[in-house]
Every structure is written in C-alpha cells, then in structure tokens.
Design a protein around this ligand. Sequence first.
Ligand code: FAD
Length: 713
Amino acid sequence: MKKLAILAALAAVVAAYFAFDLGQYLTLAGIKGAVARWEAFYAANPVPVLAGFFAIYVAVTAASLPGAALMTLAAGALFGLVTGTILVSFASTLGATLAFLSSRHLLRDQIEARFGERLKAINEGLERDGAFYLFTLRMIPAVPFFVVNLVMGLTRIRTWTYVWVSQVGMLLGTIVYVNAGTQLARIESLSGIASPQVVGSFVLLGLAPWLAKLAVGALQRRKVYAGFTRPKRFDRNLVVIGAGSAGLVSAYIAATVKANVTLVEAGEMGGDCLNTGCVPSKALIKSAKVAATMRHADRYGLAPVEPEVPFRAVMARVREAVATIEPHDSVERYEGLGVDVVKGHATIIDPWTVEIARADGGTQRLTTRAIVVASGAEPIVPDVPGIAESGYLTSETLWDAFAALDEAPARVAVLGGGPIGCELSQALARLGCAVTQVEKGEALLAREDDDVAALAKAVLEADGVRVLTGHEAARIEDRVLIATAGSEEVRIPFDALIVAVGRKARLTGFGLEALGVETGKTVTTDAFLATKFPNIYAAGDVAGPYQFTHTASHQAWYASVNALFGQFRRFKADYRVIPAVTFLDPEFARVGLNEREAAEQGIAVEVTRYDLGDLDRAIAESETRGFVKVLTPAGGKDTILGATIVGSHAGELLAEYVLAMKHGIGLNKVLGTIHAYPTMAEANKFAAGNWKKAHKPEGLLRWVERYHAWRRG
Ligand SMILES: Cc1cc2nc3c(=O)[nH]c(=O)nc-3n(C[C@H](O)[C@H](O)[C@H](O)COP(=O)(O)OP(=O)(O)OC[C@H]3O[C@@H](n4cnc5c(N)ncnc54)[C@H](O)[C@@H]3O)c2cc1C
C-alpha cells in the first residue's frame, strides 16, 4: 500500500513536469532569467527586500525550521558577500537568540525539576567555561545549529554571553557560506561550475569545520598552557610514571615505535598485579584449591584427607610464582627493549617537565613532549573507630605479613564483599582459617545479578566462610571487629583483619594537584585518555573506571599512541567489550550486560540459560556447579549483549563470548561452530542451542510434520 502511494506520487510529479513544461525553469538559462528578474526587483525595492529576507531568516531560525544553511547560500547569491554576511550574521544571531529564549521560558523549569542534579554539573561547567563551550559549538558545526539554540536555552548561561558568543562564533562559517553563495550566482555556463572560484569556495565550505576545529584547538591549548614556558627542545618523547600493567605497556609501545622513553617506578617493577594483586592471589587460590580437592577427594572416589597446611611453605610458593614472573617486568628486560628505566619517585613539575627523586640518590629533571600517568590505585581504608590500632592488613601488606607466619591465622575477618574480599575469603577458609566475611550491602559481588551473587554466597558458605551481608563494621576493640545489622551487634574476634573494601586511584603527591589536573575518583580524561593538558595522558587504575590488568594494558595502547602520534590521529579508548572474572572456585565471569544493568539502562532483553549440571565434561569432573547465561535483545535477534558464566574455568570459557561480542558474531554462529567433545566450552554452544530452540519456527515445523506424514503414505 505504502509502496503504491509512493509510486503514484512519483508518477504525478513526472506528469506535472511534462504537462506544465517545468523543465524550462531548471535550465541554466531559466534560472539565470529568474535571477535577472530578481535583481531588477531588488534594485527597485532594496529596503523591503532586505527587510523581508531578514525577517524570514529570523523566523526560520527562531522556529528551528530547517533551511538556514540554504538561506545563507542564497544571501550570498542575492546580495553579495558584504551585504549578505552582515544580513545573515545579525539575522542568525537574532533568530538563534529567540529560539534560545523560547526554549528557556517554555522548557527550562520543567527540565530542571526533572534532571536537576544532572544539569547542575553541566551548569557548573558552563559557569566556568560557558563562553568557550558555546564558541566551540558555533565554530564547529558538529551539533546542528537549532539543537545548540534549544539546548543552551535549558542551561543557566547568561543571555548576553549567548548573544555575543553566537555572533562572533558564527561569523567565520557565515562568511564561508555566503561566499560560496556569491560564486554560485556567477555561473554563466554549466562548465562554469568547475571554475576555480566556484570549486575553491566549496572546498573552503568543506574545510571550514576543520579550520575552525584547528582554531578552537589552538585556542584551547593556549588557555591550558598559559603561564607555563614550553622548553625549546625535549630530552624525551615520553615519560611514563609507574611501572605497573599500564606503565609497562605504555613504555613498551613507545620503545617499539622508536620513541625515546623513560619509565619511572617508585616501588616494585610490575606494580600491583605482579607484586600484591593478580599473581600472588591466583597462586594462593591454586594452593587452596588443591587443599579443597584433598578434603573432598571422596567426590572422585578417593579417600578424603584433611590437608596439612605448612603456611610458610604455601606463602613461599606464592613468592616463587611472583619471582618466576618477575623477569617479564624487570628493569633488565625493559632496558633491553630500549626503555630508559629509572627507579625513583616522579613528580610532574610543569606540563613538560618531570623531576625524579632517584632511588639511588639525587634528583634528575627530564623535559618531555608527553607524559603518561600510570600511578595505579591503593586500598581504601574505611574510617572505622579503632582501625588504626587494629593491625589491619590490606592487599598491599598481607603477602609479607603472611609470609612470616608458620601457621595460617586461626581466625580471619575480611571486610568487603567485592571480588578481592571473596577470593581471599575462600582461599583462606580452604587453607584452614575460620573466616568471617563482612559486607555492608545486601549481597556479595554487588554488581552481579541476584542469582549470581546468591551463588557466590553459597559457594563461600560451602567452604565454611561465615558470610555476614547487610552488616557494617562499627568499631574495632582489642582484635574484635564489631559489626552491626540494624540494632543487632555481632562480635567477630580475629587474628588477622583484612580490609578489602575497594581501591582508590593514586592521585596525590606527584604534581597533579599543583598543576591543576582535574580529578574526581580518578584522573579526569577525555575519550582519548588525555587530561586537560593535551600532552598528559592517564591509563590504568588511575584513569579508571575499570580496575583490571587487561583494561590497564588496553588503555596503555591508547594513551601511548595518542601521546606520541596524536598530532596526526588520535584514537578513542574502546570500552565496548570488557571481560571481568572473579577467581572464586567455581569462577564467576562476565562480559557485557547482565540482567541488572539491562534493567537499569531500560534495555529489553531475552535471557537464555544453560546449566552445567547437564554438561558431560562437567559431570565427568564433578564440576557441575554453575551455568551460562546469555543476554540477547528481546524480539529474537541473536546479537550477544552480554554473557555471565559461573563454573570451573569460566574465565577461559568467557573468551568465546568476548570474541563474539567484539566482532559482532551472534549465537547462530556460536551454535554453528564445532566445539571439541567433551569440553567445558561446549556449554557455550549448548547455551546458543537453547536460544535457538526457543526460536524454532513452530508454524513451519507443523507443515514439515505434515509433509513427512504424507511421505509415509
Ligand atoms: C588482590 C588483588 C587481586 C587482583 N586480581 C586481579 C585479577 O585477577 N585480574 C585483573 O585483571 N586485575 C586484578 N587486580 C587488579 C590489578 O592488579 C590492577 O588493575 C592493575 O595492577 C592496575 O595496573 P596499573 O598499571 O594501573 O597500576 P599499578 O599496578 O598499581 O601500578 C602503578 C605503579 O605506579 C607506581 N607509582 C605511583 N606513583 C608513582 C610516582 N609518583 N613515581 C613513580 N612511580 C609511581 C606504583 O609504585 C606502582 O608500581 C587485582 C588487584 C588486587 C589488589
């Protein structure tokens, strides 16, 4: 029906074209004739014509109707460069101001009532830099003219600021458009379209946004670097602060592309991940898993044994794992790769100068074109009365403290129900500690779906951890943690108290504050990971929002490449597909959305589950706890929006969904891929199979059934 209507309309247009000989007006001669008549009319009535054009222009822009760009071209064609520019410049500012005022009076109060908090931040920004933001928007027409008018009306920017910035900001664009219009009017023949003047004016039209962008960029740089003196030459192309996951990768990339790079590390090479994070925790988790397997050997038809735990030996093995990996991140390795490694504390003195208090004595100053801040994060210690005297441990201190013990601490209190708290609780419980885990929220792994969080709690409890969710640490007295749940008080005596309530970015003590680099919970960066200084970048935990080794090294690529080659091209950090694994046993792994986030974001999803209890390999290994849960859009598309896997080796299984999401592979293709039998990875395929079953074409299958019946006769 719709198609027929469109065809009929087209046919009517074609018929009218021939019936009224409309072709005569679309020849160059026809158009020139019309222009000549117009010029005569304009010469006879200049004031009414100018006033009329002005009024129409104002009306069109004030009412946010499309056509302002065309009218600007027309102004050039009709009135010439000078008159056209003056006319449009004032008419567009007046029209824009009227649109701005209507939006302000009609909508602002309602919008403020509804989004007050969110608008507050925008208004605070506008208070400081409003004129500059508006100027940028006016110069670079990335946001349509009418949208700028309407949105600015909703903010608290002053009307007079809005008027003059609009007038000045739109001037360059107006001149370029009007000029293009004047050239159009001069075409004498169709070949004239290719004349240098016409082509030139249109090239200028295309270049205008880029020129404006360059001009705005230059202005912005002048503004942030005002008051600093840029060195004439630089000692380095890049200085990287911090040799953790983000810093090491940044320096590695810089050296690979032959930049002169210095990497400064105040503590141990390898940062948190190698020394106090991923590596020691995973080594401890493995020993704990072996202990649990011995304890539950009857699950495999063997006689169970209560493992002896020579704690010093366990911790020595943890140290050995760290020591074995250490050479990967060592000074020697990185110097071999061409990186100048300096052990010491770095301070940023100005946007191009880093001062290093060298570990071997003395200070060194380096000038550098660019800086990558990769200073990482440190444990948060909550302000609980008595904590300072409690001898508490954190992920930074517990490894050395435990390495000095012959026996595992008998009673361990773990504060915090996030991934680190959960991993340590389970591992220590399996190694024989009586662990009480306290979490003030209602669930462990708070970002996960309810069923996932509930399973995490069950898993911990099965290993003997006493999990107290909904309990808040109130105070610590003589090695007793007192936690409260409403009016109830629970006393938890401990031999070791581990604080694992989260980690905060390291933002102070190395020059960011003095320099005025903006920070919130992390260093404030743009999408390219640049701070407000275009030559200072941040990557890893200090940049956030994720706190993983793999996101740190992912960001390091963007930070270092943008820092070294940003003048040619900059790349926006891509956070679309980020995997995360909590290394409990079984593992909890997720990529993309879960049900909670989909609901928060108002995304309608279909949830497909496959339970590991059905999987041959899981049954053979007695590893049937867990499931695969895949989210696809409601409505039957097979696009993977997210996957949560709980199970043995879930972190490895997740890789298939990470790859699929990154490259736009849907569940149909996962289902059509051969997975070796019997593997845990088959669970991914069976989840895809469950999705397919839910979408089988019932109607068609009924016909196929009839066909088979007919074939049987
Ligand atoms: C117990 C635990 C377990 C974890 N497990 C995992 C896991 O399984 N998987 C995972 O992906 N992530 C895990 N993480 C997180 C991971 O360790 C971090 O996300 C990662 O180390 C961040 O790397 P980074 O380079 O940003 O910072 P860091 O590794 O913290 O490195 C920053 C470095 O900068 C140095 N530095 C700071 N300021 C200065 C200065 N002014 N001058 C010179 N040097 C400076 C510091 O000494 C530090 O070495 C875990 C963390 C912990 C605590």
